[in-house]
Write a protein that binds this ligand. Sequence first.
Ligand code: ADE
Length: 419
Amino acid sequence: MQHHIKDPALADAGKARIEWADRDMPVLASIRERFEAERPLDGLRISACLHVTTETANLMRTLAAGGADCALCASNPLSTQDDVAAALVEHYGIRTYAIKGEDTGTYYAHIDAAIDHRPHITMDDGADVVGRIHAERPEALEDIIGGTEETTTGVIRLKAMAADGALRYPIVSVNDADTKHLFDNRYGTGQSTIDGVIRATNRLIAGRTVVVSGYGWCGRGIAMRASGLGGNVIVCEVDPLRALEAVMDGYRVMPAVEAAAQCDIWVTVTGDINVIDTPMFEALKDGAIVCNSGHFNCEINIAHLRKTATAVREVRPLVEEFTMPDGRLVYLLADGRLVNLACAEGHPASVMDMSFANQALSAEYMATNHASLEPGVYPVPRDIDEAIAALKLATMGVEIDTLTEEQERYLASWQEGTV
Ligand code: ADE
């Protein structure tokens, strides 16, 4: 299978949108230019399992410019932008296996097609390719020198594999770079999640009670943006430090069952399962909208909802209405899948610029350093992180001060104290 996409006729529309995103990805563009000259990925096959968006297309162009032979499949059945998939095949020559709305069987067939590409480097968003290779396709391990992982959920899975002694090759945790999670997770998820809720429902946020489960970087971003639009934000957390931070950031914090009774819009971003479960559904306010912006669609117990509902209907695209036995209505967005990618377009290009600069430079790092790396999960080297931050500032026209020699000396000394 050379590619599997919805419709090649969408290619021109996809190309125009990819170019539009590229104009807001100057850091990645500068890496692409260097890659074209230096070809650091020459001779390497890369299999990427990422959300197939305009931003991802620009990453693929960059890897290809560096000499890599790339295959791409979707990292979520609902996040693919079909015009982008078409453009990748028709205009950029990237083998792409992704169709928006693909069923689970097709999703894994697409992952298998990417593994059939016999990658030297895997590039995951959620660790589904790594998981598949280790569990079902171990023959692919022969060619692999290393990998990269984009997201919190994937890094958690990989660290569990490493702790089990199961992980067979080195992987760079792109998510842990400061220029990734501080911006993509916070500002990207913050904006795109609210964007997804609004595009799906066209509901006003002002004056509504918005419940955010999980106060990691994604939850912080969502709470901040919901609050900025006039929502009354309640945070639900299990970690006392994060809960305390949410209180001091000005939000109400309470157990999920209590929050349910007041909830108009509920967003989960915990990375864990059944965060909205039977007791919360039983307490949920009539007409509440529930959705998820965490990586997997396991945070809402949808099976319970489907089993107990007396009626289900789609009232708008990707908005399902469930009638509960007592007559209350509950609305579920995008079947519990990532609302920011299923109902909107994911994070805007400007933050993906930094995330994908980390991906491109981590692939280059792996190409250069794999021989000295044992199987395990590795951080993005600090010099890469700092270089990306400096480049991003430069492209924004922001200048900063540097330490004087006296200040450098002072920081390196211990003799001076109270004067
Ligand atoms: N994850 C979140 N937003 C994304 C985007 N726009 N492209 C690729 N992956 C993403």
